[in-house]
Design a protein around this ligand. Structure first.
Ligand SMILES: Nc1ncnc2c1ncn2[C@@H]1O[C@H](COP(=O)(O)OP(=O)(O)OP(=O)(O)O)[C@@H](O)[C@H]1O
Length: 341
């Protein structure tokens, strides 16, 4: 394991199922101790990527590493470092919550008192103590997800990979899950989490990774996405004034570095040609100097759903920046011999 390597590192990763390009040449890194949201439409390639990271599937080409360890060459080492929370998981009949966790703690190699302590700690963290004697296949969706998280945490992994953990949860259960994820992040774990609920991901993630058609279309923090620049680097602002709103558009017509886009109730939506704060400050200062009674001047706020849809639209129109085109021929990948470590 390398101390300097990122917690997760994916380099030019491909996974084809016959002709279907489920993962089509993606690269990204996630630093230690950060929470990264993995976002994309159904079929975008999220689960496939996560399964490769969890050493459950082989890439067609490219590399994936956890803390510098190659997931294909050293799956056993990787499994010690990761906690994997799949979108669906198998359960057993006639096994209580405590028996279920005890079973997995044995599989992780915990013995005797240490095993009991570990199971108890995990049950306390995931609030499963009151459910200890309930049958594990008779739990609600929210309880089941907590059990699945508990199972993933038994060996105290550094990196958590969570595939749609909030799917099907009611608002209360989602809040509880979000709280647990926050605590785990504060403990310094690296968390890679996929979800369709963008607004929630935005709140808890340090960065967001958008995938579409097996390719990365954005990797950045959610704030920059909400205030995203347009395809030419311009920034959109909402301006409101006292008096005639037409004054904003008249002013924009005769001033450089700014363009009037559309009227709004007390002013309008403008585009400043650069995203730099100095430029915006200079425009605002000139507006005031020229006598506009500005009451509001702020970057346009978009919600993450709108930003994502907007980004996909730009890519469809050929305006978005995408990584280089996929290779037309992908060499066949031969899985390695199982490692002994
Ligand atoms: N084992 C498989 N065999 C054939 N095709 C597969 C296999 N696994 C996934 N696919 C296909 O690969 C594509 C990507 O699937 P994947 O499950 O990774 O998407 P996803 O982004 O996780 O979608 P969702 O949000 O619906 O879970 C889909 O078209 C899917 O049908």
């Amino acid at each position: 394991m390398s101390d300097t390597a990122p917690a997760i590192s994916v380099n030019n990763l491909y996974r084809y199922f016959g002709q279907l390009k489920a993962v089509n040449g993606i690269s990204f890194e996630i630093p230690h101790g950060s929470v990264c949201g993995f976002v994309g439409a159904n079929g975008a390639g999220k689960t496939t990527t996560m399964r490769i990271l969890a050493s459950l599937d082989y890439p067609t080409m490219g590399t994936a590493e956890i803390c510098g360890i190659n997931v294909v060459h050293h799956p056993d080492e990787v499994r010690k470092l990761i906690g994997w929370m799949p979108d669906h998981f198998g359960n057993y009949e006639h096994m209580t919550v405590v028996e279920y966790l005890d079973f997995y703690a044995r599989a992780f190699g915990y013995k005797d008192k240490e095993r009991k302590t570990r199971v108890q700690e995990v049950m306390e963290f995931t609030d499963l103590v009151p459910l200890a004697d309930r049958f594990s296949n008779k739990l609600s969706k929210g309880m089941t997800q907590r059990l699945c998280l508990g199972r993933a945490l038994l060996h105290d992994p550094q990196v958590l990979i969570m595939d749609e953990p909030a799917a099907g949860l009611d608002p209360k259960a989602r809040v509880e899950l979000k709280h647990l994820i926050r605590v785990l992040a504060q403990e310094g774990k690296t968390i890679f989490i996929s979800s369709h609920i963008l607004s929630e991901l935005g709140e808890m993630c340090d960065s967001l990774l958008f995938v579409n058609g097996g390719r990365i279309v954005h990797h950045g923090d959610s704030e920059s996405l909400k205030h995203g620049t347009d395809s030419k680097g311009g920034m959109l602002y909402d301006v409101q004034v006292i008096g005639d709103p037409q004054a904003v558009s008249d002013w924009c017509v005769v001033n450089p570095h700014v363009e009037f886009l559309e009227s709004r109730k007390a002013g309008g939506r403008i585009r400043i040609e650069s995203g730099e704060a100095e430029r915006a400050a200079e425009i605002l200062a000139r507006m005031i100097k020229d006598g506009l009674k500005v009451t509001e001047f702020h970057k346009e706020q978009r919600n993450l759903e709108d930003a994502f849809i907007d980004m996909l639209g730009r890519i469809d129109r050929g305006e978005g920046a995408l990584p280089s085109a996929p290779k037309s021929e992908i060499p066949a990948f031969t899985p390695p011999e199982p490692s002994n470590n």
